[in-house]
Write a protein that binds this ligand. Structure first.
Ligand SMILES: [Mg+2]
Length: 343
């Protein structure tokens, strides 16, 4: 059963998460790999989860690459995957478009190969120009070679009144050299030029979760991600449990300040968390205990006492912060408590 709708603290699990859930819906960047390299413990942990019978699926907002290319990359890294194990926001937006247009409709494709392949898979015909008689415009991440003229093409078509779709609206995308503008930034360019609003498919929105469940057939999935506003909020919107790993963009301070829709069911350091149970956080009055740690609110700050595994201390702090914040955002000073953890 889903824990997250009624929980204000990280949940416990007596059994390994890989046994408690049938399918892991894994984000890629910051979870499985970073800058093209596998993240520590990812390869071994995923192999063990799979050997134990868990189905692994990879769910990415990046619309640039095809599922074939993503599966090949994963397999090279030592994470064997089939194209059918990969779900992209290009596939989700293609279904969204196909649901609203007649079969065989022409669609102005502003993006990369992943978008074109996904549109063809749904029986739509990608075209390159606003003058090719398209019935809609769809925009996905085009990579560093996307030219300014493509945004102009989208703008011409949208200003003629065509419906506009976007694969996702992540403002940034991590690269080996730093943070680069993502599809959300490209969507903003077109939005400013047209004043129009796109229909969006990617995480955290329902079309992406629906696509994932349709393609995996998951009965009891757990979303595994590193971003609160895409992975974890997507799980919340889909009504399924989630595991936040700290190998990507989210740090302890952001987690403690998370509003309800950004609070994961479980938190762990990395993908080894799939292979273990999760400890309960217990409360005693205003004190929250996990492992050897006790967290509480003192004045306008979160306080943490104890010793042991630092991740248990973070779990205790989450419980104290989220209980204090209720349906809001915890604004207590947390820096000192977090520094004491040496996460
Ligand atoms: Mg990520």
């Amino acid at each position: 059963m889903s824990h997250q709708q009624d929980s204000v603290r990280p949940s416990g699990s007596a059994t390994a998460l890989s046994e408690a859930y049938d399918t892991a819906l894994l984000d890629l960047d910051g979870v499985v790999y970073a800058g093209g390299e596998a993240i520590a413990h990812a390869v071994d942990s995923l192999a063990a989860a799979r050997a134990g019978g868990m189905h692994l699926a990879y769910v990415t907002n990046n619309a640039l690459r095809t599922p074939d290319a993503v599966a090949e990359h994963l397999t090279e890294l030592g994470v064997p995957a089939e194209p059918s194990d990969v779900i992209t926001s290009a596939q989700a937006v293609a279904r969204l478009v196909a649901d609203q247009l007649p079969p065989g409709a022409r669609v102005l494709a502003i993006g990369g190969e992943g978008l074109r392949v996904a549109l063809r898979e749904r029986g739509l015909e990608p075209v390159e120009s606003a003058d090719d008689d398209p019935a809609a415009v769809v925009q996905g991440y085009g990579g560093p070679d996307m030219t300014w003229g493509r945004f102009a093409e989208a703008s011409y078509a949208i200003r003629r009144g065509l419906p506009w779709f976007a694969s996702n609206t992540d403002l940034t995308i991590p690269s080996a050299r730093g943070i680069a503008p993502g599809n959300g930034a490209a969507v903003e360019v077109v939005r400013i030029a047209t004043g129009a609003e796109p229909q969006v498919a990617g995480k955290p929105l329902p079309p992406m979760h629906r696509e994932t469940v349709l393609r995996t057939g998951a009965k009891r999935p757990i979303v595994v991600g590193d971003r609160l506003d895409t992975d974890i909020e997507g799980a919340f919107n889909g009504g399924v449990d989630s595991l936040l790993v700290l190998t990507g963009v989210t740090d302890a301070a952001q987690l403690l300040a998370a509003p309800p829709e950004h609070r994961p069911t479980y938190v762990d350091r990395d993908l080894r968390g799939l292979l273990t149970g999760q400890p309960e956080v217990t409360s005693d009055g205003d004190a929250y205990r996990c492992g050897g740690w006790t967290a509480a609110v003192r004045g306008d700050a979160l306080a943490l006492d104890g010793e042991g595994d630092a991740i248990d201390g973070l779990r205790a702090l989450c419980a104290a912060a989220w209980a204090f914040a209720g349906a809001g955002v915890c604004e207590l000073e947390a820096g000192k408590a977090i520094a004491g953890l040496q996460l």
